[in-house]
Write a new protein. Sequence first.
Length: 293
Amino acid sequence: MTQNLFEKPAVTLLGLGAMGTALARAWLAAGHPLTVWNRTPARTAPLAAEGARVADSAAEAVAANTLVVICLLDDASVDEALADADLTGRDLVNLTTTTPAQARARAEWTEGRGARYLDGGIMAVPPMVGVPEAGGYVFYSGSRHLFERHRTTLTVPVGTTYVGEDAGFAALHDVALLSAMYGMFAGATHAFALIREEDIDPTAFAPLLADWLVAMAPSVHLTAARLRSGDHSGDVVSSLAMQVAGIPTFVTTAEQQGVSPELLAPCFALMRRGLTERNGEEDLTGLADLLLR
């Protein structure tokens, strides 16, 4: 089939969960011909009403277009969905959440079946899709040539950030950033627990907490610079030894407030180990290397 030069590139999308549906609607709204498939056919009906072509099988959907985007539950779901599909000549963009090792293995598997591969890590939730000002984006890794070929289409739902030829890098960036997010959530949860039984309005406390976290966020640049240089002891403002000395205050305060220290305990344990295995006059930045096995 010859595509009209003025027609936007066609997309096949496998998987219509909350994220897949949001992606589908963004492409449809932008005028991209869209073919969709979902394991549960009922989920395709609303999109069909909005102009999507519904395929009866994943294999049929793959055959419909060169660009095939996958947004399924897990890596095993990708295996199952593509089992009977002819991938020859297809460009697979896998937005399914996987580990870096699974992404690398999927890239080899895809190339072995005659297709090209890009892996993606979605840094957004469904309500952010199709809303540029929301700031959502997707990490992409794998063939830069393939990324550039489809960049315009891939940027329609959310922004794009290419992170390297290694197919596992998108998943690695995704998990690394989300790991930092959960660490922040843990600290915030502990902070709210400390004030929970006091006459302190959490909604009045929240702006103070948010501003403090924002003020501390730039410290990641110092950590990165120290990890690159290997120097963790120059111009240290608050040494590891000094911060370890303050741990009892945090633990005792939690006990007095009737709060479990379980969210902070692993960090404190690592700090104490750092004091015995590294120079106590160093910054906390060196603790990252202690986590390597």
